[in-house]
Write a protein that binds this ligand. Structure first.
Ligand code: UDP
Length: 239
């Protein structure tokens, strides 16, 4: 029998790259469907779910500007990429019978809803998964900051950052056999040691709002549900 879930409302942050499978670019539908099933299994526990998906599988502002493109334009392209990912995830979730809303920081009424905080809260209360797209709507930010901002606005209890590895390590565990995983780490330690969790503005925003960040592996089958129930391995970033 399932143990009770400690969370009522959470934010799930995944990178755009999580959706591309082994393709190296874009969306890989079977991978999107697999992640959608992970989300449904948590939704089935009665947890209210917010979601932010990055855009790095399609376009990143920094890479565009490194190749000579004007930075703000490149960033807007990155934000638009996140809308495509959000729509892909919406389709996969709705295929499984999970009701969703894609809510964009940049209004595009024919495609999805504009961001209106109180309306988004109402969707969550009705059990709809809210996928927040177009980042914060501002260039020079990342979707990690968008996830932290929306999680704060929606009063989420924690941000769950799904990655390829099961937590935060002192060095890259893919490259170093002797990398050590932290069970818990403070925001300030993450910033001081430049640990690879989220970018510094996102960490600072989470710290200032006492929002814990739980880093876990999205590659582990059933991983999201396991972590939500307080089991499995992860790293908790908090005060
Ligand atoms: N972006 C932005 N403002 C935001 C969020 C995102 O300008 O508030 C742009 C930025 O260019 C970024 C791109 O969108 O590179 C994709 O987001 P991100 O790099 O965070 O995606 P991820 O690495 O999580 O896939």
């Amino acid at each position: 029998q399932d143990s009770p879930v400690a969370y009522k409302r959470v934010m799930l942050k995944i990178s755009g790259e999580a959706l591309m499978g082994d393709q190296g670019y874009g969306l890989h539908p079977p991978t999107v469907q697999r992640i959608a099933r992970e989300i449904k299994s948590v939704h089935d526990l009665g947890v209210e779910i917010c979601m932010v998906i990055g855009g790095g599988n399609i376009f990143r502002g920094l890479s565009g500007s490194a190749q000579g493109m004007e930075r703000t334009t490149a960033d807007y392209m990155g934000m638009l990429a996140t809308v495509m990912n959000a729509l892909g995830m919406q389709a996969a979730l709705e295929d499984l019978g999970v009701f969703t809303r894609v809510i964009s920081a940049i209004p595009m009424d024919q495609v999805c809803e504009p961001y209106i905080r109180r309306r988004a809260v109402r969707h969550l209360e009705k059990g709809r998964v809210c996928i927040f797209a177009a980042g914060t709507g501002n260039p020079y930010f990342t979707t990690d900051t968008a996830a932290t901002l929306r999680a704060s606005e929606m009063a989420c209890e924690a941000i769950f950052k799904g990655t390829k590895v099961d937590g935060v390590y002192d060095k890259d565990p893919v490259k170093h056999d002797d990398a050590v995983r932290y069970d818990k780490v403070t925001y300030d330690e993450v910033l001081a040691k430049h640990l690879n969790v989220m970018d510094a503005s996102a960490i600072a925003l989470a710290r200032d709002n006492s929002l814990p960040i739980i880093v876990f592996s999205l590659d582990e089958p059933g991983g999201f549900r396991t972590i939500l129930r307080g089991e499995g391995t992860s790293t908790r970033v908090g005060g």
